[in-house]
Design a binder for this molecule. Structure first.
Ligand code: C2E
Ligand code: MG
Ligand code: MG
Length: 561
């Protein structure tokens, strides 16, 4: 749930302080010592009573009546006894003070163990109980409890940029601002890292008040924090869940449930763009379950070969001839049916399987494309994450060599998001690939923020206008002017253009006005399986007879590391 940026250090600090406060003597040893002292005192009192009466009577008799003299031995024993009594009494008083101090130390240790050392709020350990107590208190007045999970947005970046001292100051100030906004019956805790929780009791139907409180927290935390002359700006994402105790669930269960739900809602707030709050909705739980099913499905599906390449025709709009195919991944899931790459590619990226998935698909696609006429190209989409791998170019070439496929027939499509990554790495990778004869297209152009300068410094072979502009070309003046601008940009930079998303003859004729493009889209058919493509190409005489004997026209050479 939380990010343990500082949690460990603080935990250690708290433990150390707690130990220091209690002292290092083991409790058993201390108790033994106390018992001995108490024993000595009691024995001294008995002795004093026993010997005191005899000796003191002798002394009194000799003083008053001048008769006899007190027993010297017994008198000495009495003096010793008095010394013992004084010693025992002093020890007793010392013990009382020690006990009082120890109790104070233990109380302070408990407080330290319950609170966060940096901010002084409650900590993770004590939070469940604190919320459970709030749930119980709310139940007595037929009220409910709202739990808010508050996570600072991009705190790590500000921490890295401005230093940990400022980072700590931000956390302390965050706690202070949240606490200042809290009503009386509430708790505030820091879970560790930049994650805080607050819980409040609210009257039935008081959801609006809870929402207003969330808005105030959002606004309050968005105010810049000045520390050591540096200005930190952070915002927060807040997840809210409300609930009350019931006959079915204990206060502790309710507390844990509320925390879990507020956490799910907080992630939703992040996904919706941060610096906002989101209420927990039951669908979030379903989404989470679906998501983990999806992750497992992808892992299993990869092993079972459920991912297959589909192909979309690419057409020379002037002649109407097929120039090649774009490979589009499809997941034939036994559970979910045919799944779109827009669903599974982002998940595969997040769980670190994108390279494995993409390479399995490219291997299949190279085999399929070997059967096509040698004039036909194969385009594959590459994730920005794959481009971060310094060995990507080598691995791609190895696949080409293994499949005996000419690099000049391969085109890779990268999206503008790649250009926001490390541009130097991307440039050297593109150059390596181009040196081998592979062509590079900039996909979905117009949707990102690539500048003209970036376009100029990277040696692309083609730009593909995003389908959102093309498909609405005939009915939107804005789209038409964007397509026109991109086509004149292409002309100016001598970059060929592909228009994606041609859905109708109307769009096609509108496009023709702007120049000689390549195109693809549903007008030419939906993406099709390898068998369907093979059948269609056979009909057009575009299949090679014996693909296995074909030798690459430009054999790939080894890349320098
Ligand atoms: P993309 O590379 O821009 O691919 C074109 C998408 O537009 C495909 O969606 C295609 O089915 C769809 N499309 C084609 N013609 C039309 C049309 O006339 N109208 C409309 N509305 N859409 C059309 P698909 O197959 O769902 O792929 C979506 C995206 O997923 C692709 O966009 C690409 O970015 C990504 N993708 C697909 N396969 C892979 C892969 O193997 N690796 C990676 N990294 N990404 C992939
Ligand atoms: Mg593409
Ligand atoms: Mg595209």
């Amino acid at each position: 749930m939380g990010k343990p940026i500082m949690a460990k250090a603080e935990h250690d600090r708290t433990e150390a302080a707690a130990q220091e406060a209690v002292g290092h003597e083991p409790p058993l040893q201390r108790a033994e010592r106390d018992l001995v002292a108490l024993g000595i005192l009691v024995a001294a009192i008995f002795l004093f009573v026993g010997t005191g009466s005899t000796v003191l009577t002798g002394i009194a008799r000799s003083w008053i009546y001048g008769v006899g003299s007190p027993d010297v031995l017994l008198t000495n024993a009495l003096i010793l006894n008095i010394a013992l009594l004084i010693f025992g009494w002093r020890r007793y008083v010392e013990l009382q003070t020690e006990i009082a101090e120890r109790r104070k130390a233990e109380e302070s240790a408990t407080r330290l163990a319950r609170t966060d050392a940096l901010t002084g709020c409650l900590n993770r350990r004590s939070l469940d109980d604190a919320i459970a107590q709030l749930v119980n208190a709310a139940a007595q007045s037929s009220e409910a409890v709202a739990v808010m999970m508050i996570d600072l947005d991009k705190f790590k970046r500000s921490n890295d940029l401005l230093g940990h001292k400022v980072g700590d100051a931000v956390l302390v100030e965050t706690a202070r601002r949240i606490e200042a906004l809290m009503p009386t019956r509430s708790v505030v805790a820091r879970l560790g890292g930049d994650e805080f929780v607050c819980a409040v009791i609210f009257a039935p139907g008081g959801e609006n008040a809870v929402e207003r409180l969330a808005v105030r927290i959002n606004d309050g935390l968005a105010e810049p924090i000045i520390s050591g002359g540096l200005r930190a700006e952070v915002t927060a994402s807040i997840g809210i869940a409300v609930g009350a105790s019931s006959a079915l669930h204990s206060a502790n269960q309710v507390a844990q449930d509320l925390l879990h739900r507020a956490d799910l809602a907080m992630y939703q707030a992040k996904r919706r763009g941060r610096n906002r709050f989101a209420w927990f909705e039951p669908t979030m739980e379903k989404e989470l379950r679906f998501r983990s099913e999806l992750e497992q499905g992808i892992r299993d599906g990869l092993k079972r070969g459920e991912f297959v390449p589909y192909y979309e025709k690419q057409i020379d709009l002037e002649t109407g001839e097929i120039t090649g195919f774009e490979m589009l991944a499809r997941w034939l899931s036994p559970r979910h049916g045919m799944v779109s790459p827009e669903v599974f590619i982002p998940v595969a990226e997040e769980i670190g399987l994108i390279a494995e998935l993409s390479e399995a698909l490219i291997t299949l696609a190279l085999e399929d494309a070997k059967a096509w006429d040698s004039s036909l190209t194969l385009s594959v989409n590459i994730s920005p994450l794959q481009l971060r791998d310094p060995w990507f170019a080598q691995r791609l070439l190895k696949m080409l060599v293994a499949a005996n496929f000419p690099p000049t027939r391969l085109e890779i499509e990268i999206t503008e998001t790649c250009l926001h990554e490390n541009i130097a790495v991307v440039r050297s990778l593109i150059t390596s690939l181009k040196n081998q004869g592979i062509r590079i297209s900039l996909d979905d152009f117009g949707t990102g923020y690539s500048s003209l300068a970036q376009l100029r410094t990277l040696p692309f072979d083609r730009i593909k206008i995003d389908r959102s502009f093309v498909s609405s070309l005939a009915r939107s003046a804005d789209s038409a002017s964007i397509v026109e601008a991109i086509s004149s940009l292409g002309r100016g930079m001598a970059l060929p253009i592909t228009a994606e998303g041609i859905e109708s003859a109307e769009v096609l004729s509108a496009l023709r006005r702007f120049g000689n493009f390549k195109g693809q889209g549903y007008l030419y058919g939906q993406p099709a399986s390898a068998e369907d493509v093979k059948r269609e190409l056979a009909e057009q005489g575009l299949l090679v007879a014996t693909p296995k004997d074909e030798t690459p026209s430009t054999p790939p050479s080894a890349l320098s590391a």
